[in-house]
Design a protein around this ligand. Sequence first.
Ligand code: SAH
Length: 237
Amino acid sequence: MCLANTCLAIILFLGYGVCNPANSQDYSVLRKEMVKNQLELRGIKSKAVLDVMRKVERHLFVPKNFARAAYSDEPLPIGEGQTISQPYIVAFMTEALNVQPGDRILEIGTGSGYQAAILAELCKEVYTIEIISKLGRRADSLLSTLQYKNVFVRIGDGYQGWPEAAPFDAIIVTCSPAEVPVPLQYQLKEGGRMIIPVGHTAYQELVLITKKNGKLEKKNSLPVLFVPMRDKKGKRY
Ligand code: SAH
């Protein structure tokens, strides 16, 4: 074999190794690279958020045939026409919420359960609602297997929030309504933070809300594209 062919073989072999991690150690290398290249370089600064993104095994939350793409810079399908957000968006929203160890947090749109796991590492309790029962049950079972005892999954319409567990220190919405749902506004504590993608089906902005003296202070941040928030009949809110 000539030198050029040998080099090509080595490059292909190394490339194969990077794209096809064989074990959890390889995934851990991909996670570190993801944190460095996709999060730190784009300005995520919170050490707690960076540490938790380095720790939680995102490849366990995506379908097996997508595990190798779990640390790439993109959203991925999770079945039922839904998606797990790009790692950067998960980190951005988590950092924006300024999560404190004693916080009780409400999430609308459990999906794969990945965002709930990230939050559960940082706060006291996570209450998460998913409208598609198959996804909610799967996430619940995975989160139990991974020993997340502080995450509570409910199958239902998250537009209504979780009144029995309210008020919440923070609310994160990972599906998109046209307006901020009124029940969620009431279920946010005084001083609480909410992050929510608001807008049209094809274009939304992440809005960071803080409740001050009973009023909502809103700050627009990133343009994003989330799946729509729907009611039980499938109609978009
Ligand atoms: N946070 C998820 C990704 C969410 S994708 C993760 O980490 O994987 C958005 C999810 O919101 C989808 O699973 C969708 O079914 C769900 N959803 C849409 N409308 C909803 C509603 N009204 N109540 C609860 N969940 C809803």
